[in-house]
Design a protein around this ligand. Structure first.
Ligand code: SF4
Length: 277
């Protein structure tokens, strides 16, 4: 396994050298930029995330710039990305970082709302040059397929130091990112174009979560609801139901979830409003 791991890493890094995608944040080591990019790029293709990232970093070059703006403004800029609860957590995090700074939080970035092991490792690798692997779905899928294993986590725990030996973690993690989105893709991997094909186990039993179809989904409805409130201000549930042409039970469920996520609240006049707190 050691020999195979070394070969895997060398081929992957070599491929990356020739096929690296250029993004504005690629050589950036500012933790706020890395954090923003990671939040924006979750569930979003990198090309699209890059466009949003450029707008966000221009408007909010520091955590304090976001912390002192209104949540309404953040939500407006977020429009189109979906999963508005992420915007909420990002806004809340900006307030914490504005007070404490990344260096004060280091290395425990999971103190920030919505930050899990993956984002924490991304900040540690890209901003602090720590020798860690960003274990996202791409990394796990590639390893699982290539080595023919069901438990890529176990493999990473055992071989991460070998993978990272004499290697800049930033390069390795970004190589996984690009390779996973252009060659070893979730569906229909391009095995015939893959430099690892000759030694790959091509183990395809790895289960990926089915992606929720956007059109007609609850995610689409939540996004439309936020857009409606941003445009028209506070509204009664009945009016929202009519405007969005949806049924009462579904809307109630969605409102319940959005209240739980802190995105909307019912005010004293029984109107639904965006929770700007
Ligand atoms: S040969 Fe196919 S499955 Fe194996 S690493 Fe390459 S793209 Fe992925």
């Amino acid at each position: 396994m050691e020999v195979k791991t070394k070969n895997f890493k060398n081929v992957l890094l070599h491929w990356y050298k020739d096929n690296k995608r250029e993004y504005s944040w690629r050589n950036n080591s500012d933790p706020w930029s890395i954090y923003l990019l990671e939040v924006i790029s979750q569930q979003t293709q990198l090309d699209r995330a890059d466009k949003y990232f450029k707008e966000f970093i221009k408007e909010f070059p520091t955590p304090n710039d976001m912390a002192t703006t209104s949540f309404k403004k953040v939500l407006k800029m977020w429009s189109g990305l979906g999963y508005n609860s992420r915007a909420k957590r990002m806004f809340e995090s900006s307030k914490i970082i504005a007070k404490k700074s990344f260096d004060d939080l280091y290395p425990d970035f999971q103190q920030l709302p919505g930050v899990g092991p993956y984002t924490e490792n991304a900040i540690l690798s890209f901003a602090y040059n720590e020798q860690v692997i960003t274990e996202d779905i791409n990394v796990k899928r590639i390893i699982s397929r290539y080595f023919g294993i069901e438990n890529p986590k176990k493999y990473i725990d055992r071989f991460s130091s070998l993978l990272l030996k004499n290697t800049n973690s930033r390069n390795l993690n970004q190589a996984f990112m690009d390779f996973g989105s252009s060659i070893c893709k979730p569906r229909s991997p391009l095995c015939s174009d893959c430099p690892l094909e000759n030694t790959c186990e091509k183990y395809f039993n790895y289960e990926t979560k089915p992606i929720e179809k956007f059109s007609g989904s609850n995610r689409e409805l939540r996004g439309n609801l936020i857009k409606l409130l941003l445009k028209k201000g506070n509204l009664k549930v009945k009016t929202i139901q009519q405007e969005l042409d949806t049924d009462q039970d579904r809307l109630n469920e969605i409102l319940k979830k959005m209240q739980k996520d802190g995105l909307v609240k019912l005010n004293t006049n029984n109107l639904v409003e965006i929770n700007l707190g």
